[in-house]
Unconditional design. Sequence first.
Length: 561
Amino acid sequence: MKLFTEAGLCQPRSAQAVLGLLLALLAVGLLYGLNAWGPLETSEARYAEIAREMLASGDWLHPRLLGIQHFHKPPLTYWLTALGLAVAGPTAAGVRLLPALAVLAQVGLVYGLGLLFFPGDRLRAVAAAVVYGTLPVVLISALNITTDVYLATLELAAAYAVLRYYQYGQPVWLYCFWLALGLAFLTKGPVGLVLPLMAVAGFYFRQGRRHRPFTVHHALGAGLFLVVGFGWYLYLAAENPAFVRYFLFNHTVERFANPAIFGRSKPWWFYWVLAPVVSLPWSGLLLVQAMRTPWATLPQAWRNVWVFWVLVPLGFFSLSSSKLLLYVLPAFPGVALLAGYYLGRCTEATLHRWQLGMGWFLGVILGAIALLPMVAGVWTMPLTASLAVAAWPAVGLALLRLQHVRWRSAPAGLRVLLAPAVFTLFLLLAAKTLLHQNQLLFNGTRPLAERLQRLGLNGRQVVVYNQLLPSLAFELGQIPVSLFDGNSSLRRETQFEADRSWQHQFVNLQDSAAPPVPLAARWPRPPLLVVKGALKPERHWLRTGLWHEEQVGPWRIYHAP
């Protein structure tokens, strides 16, 4: 059963036109307004500031956060973020440019995988790509910058390259596979191997395929992987042997096995519940159609996609006690491919019912967002939502209605794909407007930085009390002094520092050997003291001479007249 049954819609050019239209909608949603809000704490701000400091110092091998070496992750994400800053300028747009392009690349790669899984049926490949590009979890990965968006791109690239090699036998794809695998390892370590290995297992398991012989290209490709994937690790290990245990044990084994260290403990079922929720409405379609399709009637290739592309990755990450939503991004290409498969098995009548159901579901969400300004005005809410927030979903609702009325004669399969694409565009535009209006609520510090700049920074030091604030450093373009007073998130690892110059940016107030000296007496000009909430009574001496006080959301600024 073809996904689109109208004459002409199964032609390759038609498939590419549909994909091009839907990619254009997604690209507008992702790329518009990237600088509308500043980097948010904690992850995005951390990557943004490390990349800014990397560009400023010219040291690309030793990532630094607020002036102190920071080896929690391999460096590729920092390098790519710094590249974005170099291209688009030292703004949030520079931080978010490459992740947005990475998501578009992921959609293209899923389309490429669809061509391999659906030979001769380009529109099912388009369907898989559209499903992937409209998954909420994928959109979250583009707006919340972490290593995961790059890792997912490189894992997909490796999976596509190795399957392309198996199908056509061209050595260039083997080299692409090993290169992408090495870059994935340089992004997040061993976890970057999960999806490519599952793709290989799914290709061979119980399918009677003949293994390709080992050639010199395999050896050279493996060498490329070792150079690319391990070069940075080996350089730092040669520089300081303690780095091996620090990175491989503290930030790989313990991150996986001991959630208490990073505060990310979640129950074993966390992903099994969350993954369907963050892939609505497609997860609903997938699960319903899967239950209607007996397992015994499913071709072995698609059983393998279920097992190796979805269930095994979810199970693997569920074994870890440390869990975050975006860790399971590698499972969602499988979800998209399976959705494309089941859509292709649906009759026109079934597709029509799904189109109506999804239209209502997506319309209700847009309607709820459009009502936010009214709700915020009636009830006391910390959220700010102006009429600009309601405008985007209102336009989206109008277009969904117009599509329903004017495209009645179009194939239901096309309408099933177009509605989520339109919804995604206006959801992204509304979300960015909401983030712009609520930066302090969502842990951004741009309004705070703007107020500090208006107070005047020339020759004045910014001092932050008991908070780790890389977002403020990024917005100001300079590293503030951090005052440690027991906040565990502010503890810094200084064992790799060659000297004690880091103490210019980090002061331990709990060090009994250091006498209490008012901040105004430490620098030629009185500093600007930033405090979240209120100072502890026993720390009021810090603001001696800083008698002026201003409030910016939850933050207080103390400064001299």
